[in-house]
Write a protein that binds this ligand. Structure first.
Ligand code: GDP
Ligand code: MG
Length: 180
């Protein structure tokens, strides 16, 4: 069995780092010069994809796709979201308004949101302690999506996030009788 899991979120949220932490294989990344230095001062950013793989259990392979934060690459979002079973929505807590960013991405991926196939991973909380995780949970209202604070540089923390997502997907599939 194979799953496709997307890693979405704004530039600098830690998508590439998360996939590198999780992947059993060397990550395939396409990076290019950041042409939006006025937006985020980061020398390179992902303009195409990060791709990694991780084995889960005896015979499950999870394909991990980090997808661009910039909306001008929307066409790629469309292709991958069609194949996606779930999504790790990464939000950097030191962004201007990270909760608004979370809402933007949930709206962009409303199909996954409606299926409850999303886990919110809040990063860079060591650099910016607020908003607190409770504020994200409150902003999610009755969605019941897991929200976790995570440092994507730490593989064990990323495995907790991935397992939370997979457990949630399997629980929902069992409840609805869907096969995913
Ligand atoms: N201090 C700290 N740095 C982080 C954290 N998460 C990511 N980073 C760093 O933030 C930068 C951006 O991460 P990256 O994976 O390139 O973000 P992407 O644009 O979403 O792919 C990298 O230098 C990461 O090491 C975190 O939780 N704490
Ligand atoms: Mg990246």
């Amino acid at each position: 069995m194979e799953h496709v899991i997307l890693f979405a979120g704004p530039m600098g949220a830690g998508k590439s780092t998360a996939i590198a932490s999780l992947s059993d294989i060397p990550v395939v990344s396409t990076e290019a010069s950041n042409t939006e230095r006025d937006v985020v001062d980061k020398p390179t950013t992902t303009v195409a994809l990060d791709y990694g793989e991780i084995g889960v259990g005896a015979d499950e392979k999870v394909r991990l796709y980090g997808i661009p934060g910039q909306r001008r690459f929307d066409f790629m979002w469309a292709i991958l979201r069609e194949r996606a079973r779930g999504m790790v929505l990464m939000v950097n807590n030191d962004a201007e308004d990270p909760i608004a960013q979370m809402h933007d991405f949930l709206a962009e991926f409303d199909d996954l949101d409606r299926r409850g196939a999303v886990v919110v991973a809040v990063t860079r909380t060591d650099l910016a302690p607020i908003p607190a995780i409770d504020a994200y949970a409150a902003a999610l209202g009755d969605r019941m999506l897991p929200v976790l604070s995570v440092d994507p540089r730490d593989p064990s923390q990323m495995r907790v996030v991935l397992m939370a997502l997979i457990a949630n997907l399997e629980t929902r599939a069992a409840m609805t009788g869907a096969t995913g």
